[in-house]
Design a binder for this molecule. Structure first.
Ligand code: ZEM
Length: 290
């Protein structure tokens, strides 16, 4: 037999240490590039990870973080994704430095890193997402609309497969960041520490008096004490609705429980629709920079 065996080089299989290097680079850039918004790209990175994942539809198995299809139109131009180019561009030099990571793994790892570096809970994570082309873009309208009520929240997050407790826990991410008039039309931060992950969003929802803001923009709420904070109609729906409110009160009282339940549901969000070959026990927890 004149068979010729050609030796192909072994493929590079990145280890936990390799992904920790990616994590460290994102964390380093978060410190270095502090001339943005309230001093951190962290919140917008969390929003990118969420919008990449929150397109999931459990009935068709479409959408979710697998694919990173927000790189392409029409998904990049969906109104809900306005401003997320800042987050994608922030991560581009990381992709250049570690070209072996997929965008879909990088965007979710960016969210994990941002939460941990902003003093949030540990978020166990595993790789395995594959990038897809524009033909896998999801239709517009899969992400929540802030002008709506509790029925809409249940419909949108129910489609992703979440229960009521998980819907409220996820909403606690609004302790981070702010709304921008040139992105969503809304304006302002939810709390006094928009670059630190806390349960403050829930405490303010319960303790503060919120009334409709008088301005030319879309209907939103403002706090009585300082008139500098804001809540979206969907945020206020969490205390208008009896079932949601139970969890809001639980998280307002008990930060540790919020951190634990948020971590569990954020892990679930980032894995929606991803065809992993690894097992859930194989998730890694990365070390923070400090
Ligand atoms: Zn948000 N979100 N979100 N969110 N969000 C904004 C900002 C941020 C809703 C929503 O319409 C808006 C979740 C759920 C829901 C973050 C994380 C998560 C903004 C402001 C709006 C309008 C955007 C702007 O103008 O820049 C609605 C209606 C939601 C559910 C009903 C979930 C779940 C999240 C993560 C787990 C974060 C971190 C921000 C801040 C972004 C930034 O740039 O500061």
């Amino acid at each position: 037999g004149g068979e010729v065996k050609v030796k192909t080089p072994a493929p590079f299989v990145p280890t936990k240490e390799d992904y920790q290097k990616v994590y460290n680079e994102i964390a380093r850039l978060l410190v270095e590039k502090d001339d943005y918004d309230d001093g951190s790209y962290g919140p917008v990175l969390v929003r990118l990870a969420w919008h990449a994942s929150g397109t999931y539809d459990k009935d068709t198995g479409t959408g979710g973080s697998n694919g990173a299809t927000m790189r392409f139109a029409p998904e990049s131009d969906h109104g809900a994704n306005a401003g997320l180019k800042f987050a994608r561009d922030f991560l581009e030099p990381v992709k250049e430095k570690f070209p072996w990571i997929t965008y879909s793994d990088l965007w979710t790892l960016g969210g994990v890193c941002a939460i941990q570096e902003m003093q949030g809970p540990a978020i166990p994570w595993r790789p395995g997402r594959q990038d897809m082309d524009f033909s896998a873009c999801t239709p517009d309208g899969r992400l929540p609309d802030a002008s709506k009520d509790q029925k809409h929240i249940r419909a949108i997050f129910g489609r992703m497969g979440f229960d009521e407790r998980e819907m409220v826990a996820l909403s606690g991410a609004h302790s981070l960041g702010r709304a921008h008039t040139d992105r969503s039309g809304y304006d302002g931060p939810w709390d006094f520490s928009p670059t630190v992950f806390t349960n403050e969003f829930f405490r303010l929802l319960v303790d503060e008096k919120w009334s409709g803001r008088k301005w030319n923009g879309p209907a939103q709420y403002t706090d009585k004490t300082t008139s500098t904070l804001m809540m979206l109609p969907t945020d206020i729906a969490l205390v208008k609705d009896k079932e949601f409110k139970k969890h809001v009160e639980r998280y307002a009282k008990d930060s540790e429980t919020f951190f634990k339940e948020f971590s569990d549901v954020f892990v679930k969000l980032l894995e929606l629709g991803v065809p992993f070959t690894s097992k859930a026990e194989d998730r890694w927890t990365f070390k923070t920079l400090e």
